[in-house]
Write a protein that binds this ligand. Structure first.
Ligand code: ITT
Length: 197
């Protein structure tokens, strides 16, 4: 069983490879270097479908895509689908997380609740489409810590911690993130559908 992973983000490629190795080692992820569609959906699901459909049309193979982001409660769920471009038109992860820290600088710890969302869309060559979601609850740190992972990881503190000392995901190991993340949760939700591939 195999499927194309429709992404142009190398961090997602690495993370899905780790999730698959930890949970479904028999499953084969195929790389995608086809065209990158315009993500003009207004939900994670719409954007995930746009990416998965483009890859399925280009390759003729079962294809799945992740659309993901960090959703902060006091920001009404923002950055959300705008996570990659929160600070401007260029993808700038450091500017993004610094802007987010600024925007909630006057919010005290108990109110800094947030979650990561990963929505995976799976599109089959016959046209069948499936959408699943993974949510990873936590809160936003007051300063960036650690350089693991990518994006907002240095400022995200998951509620469930693998050890007694509370760390940001930037301070977690890749293996710790691979079994706990929103991406891992969404891939797990895909579980029964993988039998279709
Ligand atoms: P593709 O569309 O090519 O897959 P992308 O990076 O543009 O790559 P998204 O549109 O889904 O993907 O944007 C996801 C953004 O959300 C990403 O750039 C980060 O800013 C943030 N994000 C998603 N997952 C994350 C994670 O595990 N850790 C930290 N930040 C994450």
């Amino acid at each position: 069983t195999s499927a194309v992973l429709a992404t142009h983000n190398p961090h997602k490629v690495t993370e899905f490879a780790q999730v698959v190795a930890a949970t479904r080692p028999e499953f084969q992820l195929l790389d995608y270097d086809g065209p990158e569609p315009v993500e003009d959906g207004v939900t994670f699901a719409e954007n995930a479908l746009i990416k998965a459909r483009a890859a399925a049309a280009h390759t003729g193979l079962p294809s799945f895509a992740d659309d993901s982001g960090v959703c902060v409660d006091v920001l009404g769920g923002g950055p959300g689908i705008f996570s990659a471009y929160w600070a401007g038109h260029r993808k700038d992860p450091v500017a993004n997380l610094n802007l987010l820290l600024d925007q909630i600088s006057d919010i005290a710890d108990p109110h800094r609740t947030a979650h990561f969302t990963s929505v995976i869309a799976l599109v089959l060559p016959g046209g069948a489409e499936h959408v699943v979601e993974g949510i990873w609850p936590g809160r936003i740190a007051t300063a960036a810590r650690g350089d693991g992972g990518f994006g907002y990881d240095p400022i995200f503190i998951p509620d469930e911690q693998p050890t007694a000392i509370e760390r940001t995901v930037g301070e977690w190991t890749d293996d710790e993130k691979a079994v706990a993340s929103h991406r891992a949760r969404a891939f797990e939700a895909l579980g029964p559908l993988l039998r279709l591939l």
